[in-house]
Design a protein around this ligand. Structure first.
Ligand code: GLC
Length: 540
């Protein structure tokens, strides 16, 4: 497999509005990111991914863009952005930006013009359809609304939106629109950014016929439609191939076979992808399914394409809460999950706060939440007559706000995130879980991340090693090897609250490289404590 910098990198995702507020308006901002760059550098990070900060009415936290060339006032301005890139590069780090081109805001001038009349030249920059039998063209649901069609009274047609009503989809069939997007991408690349995280990029092409879906709740019809690979290859030809950049596509609803089409190195589309098999199939931890997913993606992409490893981000509940134990074993469990992410094949992504073991939240009422997906769902279900409290409870585990609460820097008010009133409440556990406390404790989750990241830099086996699952049928233990050239690492993880036994048969000569327990292994090495992890080097 070709060696590439983005395969060796560790990426840190900054949800800037919740990272650090430099001016006290309650929103994190780009200046706040600059102030914390040394913290990120010290962790050992190579690449920063910044969530969108383009101009936006902010209905979906910046994923509804009204001007691709402007910076949202809450985030800063162009001068601060340029300073940020400079400061990132001065520290030897790289930065990738979110590229959101499946849809815009309904406030974007393109859409305002498009909806102004049926004859406007920008009419078909978006997707407009006549009513069918006096109703929406089909029964499709969108991610955030009961229908993906919205009626426009003025012009007597429906427009298409994969997400909220305020996020109309662009019409990628239109070459003029596509060129406009490529121009915008060059604008940011020429400012010196190092790549893009591409928002729902496999949604760009739409099904031609818009026939009713048998089960409209399975919204996979929104993605992977004919034409998508032509658009991505064109984007590569027109833009990406001219820069030394990294691209990671957000690609929902794909199997490894379909995923490979996006990242196969010979196809010139994207470098790597986020697939959502883990998030979609596993509301909570499911060891056997997780192993299957890892093996099938490893086999599916082997020698041809590159995977990404992550268990949470701004859309998915914090990993130690969703997939680990955020109570008694929070620290051990956070370290175990980190070990998987950094030792399984693919580029690891850390979502801000993960490195100190931040947890999900449970606020008292729907009013405390901001997530448009959660709120729309709440109102939809309540309007059907369901009990509001029951609906509220059912939405708590997967609310996107679980990950969006402010970064916990210290135990001062608002967790040291802001001197103002934060746009979303801080997690009340900030007194205990915060960066300052983590930095003072040599045994913290933070220092464990630092060790893992440093190890990955020194050991190609963690990046390029072949993967083999040793115990595919075990419910609690996850044991696998990575092998590269003449080096083999054995990773042993006990992902449960009880002790487990692993006999190490066939692995007699082993040196311990890293563990999350400080214990004497002379005796009882075969017993693994709850959430214990060990990484060994094996000599054959
Ligand atoms: C992606 C983003 C999510 C956003 C959606 C619509 O899934 O990660 O936050 O709401 O796209 O742009």
């Amino acid at each position: 497999m070709n060696k590439m910098w983005w395969k060796e990198a560790v990426v840190y995702q900054i949800y800037w509005r919740s990272f650090f507020d430099s001016d006290g308006d309650g929103y994190g901002d780009l200046k706040g990111v600059i102030e914390k760059l040394d913290y990120i550098k010290d962790l050992g990070i190579d690449v920063i991914w910044l969530n969108p900060f383009y101009n936006s009415p902010d209905r979906d936290n910046g994923y509804d863009i009204s001007d691709y060339y402007g910076i949202m006032e809450k985030a800063g301005d162009m001068a601060i952005f340029e300073e940020l890139i400079q400061e990132i590069h001065n520290r030897g780090l790289k930065v990738i930006m979110d590229l959101v081109v499946n849809h815009t805001s309904d406030q974007h001038p393109w859409f305002v013009e498009s909806r102004s009349s049926k004859d406007h030249p920008k009419r078909d920059w978006y997707i407009w359809e006549d009513p069918k039998d006096g109703k929406a063209p089909n029964n499709w649901r969108s991610y955030f609304a009961p229908s993906c069609w919205e009626w426009d009274e003025e012009t007597g047609q429906y427009y298409y939106h994969s997400f909220a009503v305020e996020q109309p989809d662009l019409n990628w069939k239109n070459p003029v629109l596509r060129n406009e997007i490529y121009k915008m991408m060059r604008f940011w690349l020429d400012k010196g950014i190092d790549g893009f995280r591409m928002d729902v990029i496999n949604l760009l092409a739409k099904k031609e016929d818009f026939l009713d879906a048998e089960n409209p709740y399975n919204i996979s019809y929104l993605a992977n439609n004919p034409g998508i690979h032509d658009y991505l290859q064109e984007m590569h030809r027109e833009v990406l191939q001219h820069y030394n950049v990294m691209t990671v596509g957000e690609i929902p609803f794909v199997s490894p076979d379909e995923g490979l089409l996006y990242v196969d190195e010979s196809r010139n589309e994207l470098n790597t992808l986020f697939h959502f098999q883990v998030a979609d199939d596993m509301p909570t931890w499911d060891m056997l399914r997780y192993k299957e997913i890892q093996s099938s993606w490893y086999e599916g992409l082997k020698q041809r394409g590159w995977n990404s490893q992550f268990l949470n981000n701004h859309d998915h509940t914090r990993q130690v809460t969703r997939y680990g134990n955020d109570g008694k074993y929070r620290v051990q469990s956070a370290k175990l999950l980190a070990t998987m992410i950094h030792t399984l094949p693919g580029t690891p992504y850390i979502f801000q706060g993960e490195e100190i073991g931040m947890t999900g939240v449970r606020f008292d009422s729907i009013e405390d939440y901001n997530d448009i997906a959660m709120k729309n769902k709440f109102h939809e279900e309540v309007s059907k007559g369901r009990d509001p409290q029951e609906v509220f409870e059912s939405l708590l585990l997967l609310s996107r706000d679980n990950s969006r609460t402010p970064m916990q820097w210290n135990d001062s008010p608002q967790a040291g995130f802001s001197i103002g009133e934060p746009w979303i409440k801080v997690n009340p556990n900030y007194n205990e879980i915060n960066v300052e406390a983590a930095l003072k404790n040599p045994d913290s989750v933070y220092y464990y991340y630092r060790k893992l990241i440093a190890l990955r830099k020194e050991n190609d086996v963690m990046v390029y090693g072949d993967y083999k699952d040793i115990l595919p049928d075990d419910d609690h233990l996850y044991v696998y090897t990575r092998s590269y050239k003449n080096i083999t690492w054995l990773i042993v993880l006990n992902h449960c609250d009880e002790k487990q036994t692993f006999t190490f048969e066939g692995y007699t000569d082993r040196d311990l490289i890293l563990s999350n327990y400080q214990r004497d292994l002379e005796t009882n090495e075969e017993i693994l404590f709850p959430h214990e992890v060990r990484i060994y080097q094996i000599t054959k």
